[in-house]
Design a protein around this ligand. Sequence first.
Ligand code: ASP
Length: 269
Amino acid sequence: MNPRRIQQTICSVRRIQVNQSPALCMEVDRTPMRVFLGSGGIATEDRRKLYRNLVSEHFSGCSEVLFVPYASHDYSVYTSRMQDFLGEIGLTLVGLHESPDPIEAISHANAIYVGGGNSFLLAKELHERALITPIRDRVLSGPPYLGVSAGANVACPTMMTTNDMPVVHPPSLDSLGIVPFQINPHYHPGKIRFMADGEIVEHYGESRAKRISEFHRVHDTPVLGMWEGSFVSWDGLSGTLIGRATVFCKDEEPVELTHGAKFDESLQT
Ligand code: ASP
C-alpha cells in the first residue's frame, strides 16, 4: 500500500469513528457501491444515444427506477419528460413526489435517479423532507444511483461546487456524500467568446477554474470538473471516467483526465 493510500485509510477509519463521510466507509465495508454521475449536456443525438446506453447498462436488471425530480419547478412534467426519454430502454420511472411515504419508497428502491435542474431547489427539498440519510443509506447498501448535473452535485460531500444560483435557501449545504470528492458539472476551461453585433467578442469574466480555486481557499476536498457529456462511475473505492474531465486539487495545477481514466478518492490516477 503506498503512503497516500495508508493516509487515506487512516482518515477513513477516523471518519467512521466520528460518523463522517459515509462514502469512505467503503474502506472497511466492502459492499460495492454503484454510483453513476453525469454532467448533463445531451444536446446532440449521439450524446442522447450514449446516455441511454449507459443508463440502460447502469440500471440493468432494474425495471423500476425511483426518480427524484426536486431540482425542477414542476415535478410531474419533469418526471413524464424523463419517462418519455428513458421509456424506450424499458425503464419505468416512479416519481418520488407521488409516493405517500417517500422514506419508505427510498428504503425499498431498486434504483434511484436524481435529475438535474437547480441544485439549491433540490438540496432544500432533500433536507426539508429528511431524505438525505435515507437515500445515502440505500445507496450504501448497493442499489444503483444515477445523478445528473444537480443530481451529481448532491452526490458529493457538499453542494458548494454547483454553478447554480441560490434561488432558495437550503437548511444546509451538506449533501449525500456518496462520493468523497466534489463535482463541478458542465465544466469548461474558458475563455468564452460570443457574437455581439456581428463580431466575435471575448468575455473576460471569471473562469470556472477561478471559482473552484475560491472553494479551495476554504476547503481541501478535490474537485472534478466534468466536461459536457461526461460520466463518472464510482464503486466506493475507485472511479472511472467516460469522456473528459479536469481535476482540481488544492494548491496544485489542474490535471486533465481522458476517457477511461481510473482514479481514487483523492482523484489521483
Ligand atoms: N444547473 C445544473 C443542472 O443542470 C447544475 C449545475 O450547473 O451546477 O442541474
